[in-house]
Design a protein around this ligand. Sequence first.
Ligand code: NDP
Ligand code: 8X3
Length: 254
Amino acid sequence: MAKFKKVLVTGATSGFGKATAEIFAQNGHDLIITGRREKRLLDLKKRLEAEYKISVEHLVFDVRNEQEVYDAIAALPKRFQKIDVLVNNAGLASGLDPIQDGSTEDWNKMIDTNVKGLLYVSKAVMPFMIERGKGHIINIGSTAGKEVYPNGNVYCASKHAVDAITKGMRIDLLPHGIKVTQIAPGAADTEFSTVRFHGDKKKAKDVYKGYQPMTAEDIAELVYYSTTLPKHLCINDLVVTSVAQANSYLIKRD
Ligand code: NDP
Ligand code: 8X3
């Protein structure tokens, strides 16, 4: 792999994706950053290009819209299509309700974004990696993809799907020399809970009360680290939590 890579990060307007873009930029890599909030992408692009003297392309699309995804990635300048690392990070939880009370709108949003969106972006990028016989796909799963927790039902299902898709990718891409990694974090303080609780900041804050949660930067470091290993090594699955968290549902609070 070239010393300086082309790295596509979905969901780079906030949280893990933004921090991941930052750390790759700090290390001199060119970026393709994506999300729906164009102003945030443009601000990030301008800052990273000025601070780190790298090139950044920004693509505005909703990962749920299959055609938008394909059109945006197909329209990348040729040299940017040589994507070395794809970080499938865009995702969300919507609601935290017992399954019998869940809203189908929330369910559709999570399944369409976390599962189908990840598949569409991967489908657009994999041919470039296969053509070059190299690449690294990093899927952001979750501890929610390892164990189901109360009221997590459909979010957990979507992240279990990411877990399965990651394993499937690793098998099917084996002949093509493409690394496939899943990073499965526990609770990290980002905009995630505000989105989950439909903008209720008080409820979101309570998720991180009484213990030290992980930060977006913690996860970005691990994403970056997984790309720095020798050519013959691949982190397949990395589950990471704060010390206060034992599994997907057990957190020790003061
Ligand atoms: P944030 O809410 O801070 O960031 C989510 C990002 O995903 C945003 O950039 C958002 O961009 C993007 N996104 C969401 N929906 C879409 C969409 N339909 N189309 C395009 N982009 C979209 O959350 P996190 O950084 O915490 O979450 C990132 C990933 O990490 C998610 O997959 C989440 O499930 C996972 N995760 C989070 C954990 C946590 O505790 N924070 C723990 C484990 C996993 P925009 O709104 O601009 O489109
Ligand atoms: C996000 C973390 O604890 O809400 O995947 O499942 S959690």
